[in-house]
Design a binder for this molecule. Structure first.
Ligand code: CMC
Length: 434
């Protein structure tokens, strides 16, 4: 499934000189002009802040068609994976490229399950934080700290160590995320239970307490598993590109994933579900929707409708459709008939989808629009939303990191710039400065 060799070329003309640029074709999606030799040939860089027209790598993991609203993991549509499989099956698929056989799945589940505990010394690490620390701050620190605990899987040149690091990360992330939550609310840590499936175990670690029995709801566990599948990978988004860039220097995988978590934290990326829920609460009632929609359209107001718009999707985000359905399932399981936030969300979506501004700019609800309401109903505080995103995205990050390290052509990532600062000038003695 390699990109086909150059079948065409593009001509670049600057003044009276021109150069042929090779054009490469993927299996699907737009062709790319290969400009890797451009600077050597022309002495010019390309300029693309935000990388809107730049393919930063070759990948075989995830494909998005933003115009059609399509998302494929290793070729399989997200809808089919979310409907028929479980999260660990998706992890296997993303890591190994194929759906597992029953024996491979059983083996994989067992390896992940056997790595769920974290080194006991990690408990002490937590106590260094203030109780009101944001759980994402704890995650950035604790995941980075894993490299201090698991030295035997930090040699990136050893394929076996790369694999063990990947399994460890998928297995320990729920444990660390639940610990961050428990620490935040002042409850004792709950150890992983290996007779529970991945998502049920996570719910148990978050919501069980030593003094009474906690029974995991199969409906909620299934819904959470679906949410994890939807968030598992999303090709070269900001946090994944951060992981690849950090990894390109040869940094160990735990440090690279910590870098990805830091990037995900921002409100334009993984922090959007928290921001979307805050916005829905601020709107408070469907009657106030026009006021907020007008603010979002006002060029002089920085306000944006959180959970709307996407760099790649210029159509309904396919994950948002599944998320909306999951949201209804969770609210009905919990017996929540009238949720004021859901009322606002449904009406806001309706208004925006019929508004010329949003139609013209192709701004549709993204995955974060309904995920906040769903996670809140499940009992997670807003500060945990991005942590859950990080937990699920870990497999995507680690899969993309592995793919990069295993690419024989891999080099350190080193973008260039268009310099617009001062030209050369001489140092001025302090006494003579104005
Ligand atoms: N509300 C109002 N206007 C918007 C919005 C919005 N949510 N999003 C984009 N626009 C407008 C924007 O003002 C701009 O208008 P103009 O062309 O007149 O200047 C136009 O649409 C294009 O926006 P952009 O900022 O150039 O687009 P981008 O591709 O750089 O940004 C985005 C994509 C997701 C950051 C942006 O749509 C946004 O800020 N959305 C709200 C935050 C959000 O929901 N983020 C979650 C993304 S999905 C989860 C993930 O991948 O992490």
């Amino acid at each position: 499934m390699d990109a086909t060799p150059n079948t065409a070329s593009a001509k670049l003309t600057v003044g009276d000189k021109s150069w042929d640029l090779p054009v490469r074709q993927g299996t699907i999606g737009p062709d790319v002009m290969d400009i890797s030799k451009l600077y050597g040939q022309t002495g010019m860089f390309t300029y693309d802040p935000g990388f809107t027209s730049t393919a930063s790598c070759e990948s075989q993991i995830t494909y998005i068609d933003g115009d059609e609203g399509v998302l494929l993991y290793r070729g399989y549509p997200i809808e089919q994976l979310a409907e028929n499989g479980d999260f660990l099956e998706t992890c296997y698929l993303l890591l190994y490229g194929e759906l597992p056989t029953a024996a491979q799945k059983a083996d994989f589940d067992l390896s992940v399950t056997r790595h769920t505990m974290v080194h006991d010394q990690m408990n002490r690490f937590f106590t260094g934080f203030r109780r009101d620390a944001h759980p994402m701050a704890i995650m950035v620190a604790c995941v980075g700290a894993l490299s201090a605990f698991y030295h035997d899987s930090t040699d990136i040149s050893d394929p076996q160590q790369r694999l063990i690091a990947s399994i460890r990360m998928i297995a320990k992330m729920p444990t660390l995320a639940a610990m961050a939550y428990k620490y935040h609310i002042g409850q004792p840590f709950v150890y992983p239970k290996n007779d529970l499936d991945y998502s049920s175990n996570f719910l148990n670690m978050c919501f069980a307490v030593p003094c009474e029995e906690y029974k995991v709801s199969p409906t909620l566990s299934k819904a959470l598993d679906k949410i994890f599948i939807l968030h598992a990978d999303h090709e070269q988004n900001a946090s994944t590109s951060t992981v690849r860039l950090a990894g390109s220097s040869g940094a160990n995988p735990f440090a690279c994933i910590a870098a990805g978590i830091a990037c995900l934290w921002g409100p334009a990326h993984g922090g959007a579900n928290e921001a979307a829920l805050k916005m829905l609460s601020e709107i408070g009632h469907p009657e106030r929707i026009p006021e907020f929609v007008n603010r979002a359209k006002d060029k002089n107001d920085p306000f944006r409708l959180m959970g709307f718009g996407h760099r790649v999707y210029k159509n309904y985000d396919p994950r948002a459709k599944i998320m909306q359905q999951t949201c209804h399932e969770v609210l009905s399981e919990l017996g929540i008939k009238d949720d004021p936030l859901l009322d606002v969300a449904v009406e806001l979506e309706r208004v925006a989808l019929h508004d010329d501004y949003f139609i013209e700019k192709k701004l549709y609800p993204n995955i974060d629009f309904y995920s906040g309401i769903t996670l809140k109903a499940m009992g997670f505080p807003t500060a945990m939303f991005t942590v859950l995103f990080a937990l699920a995205r870990t497999v995507g990050w680690i899969g993309q990191w592995k793919e990069m390290i295993e690419d024989p052509g891999q080099r350190i990532g080193r973008p260039r710039q268009l310099y617009t600062g001062a030209t050369r000038r001489d140092y001025v003695d302090m006494a003579k400065r104005k």
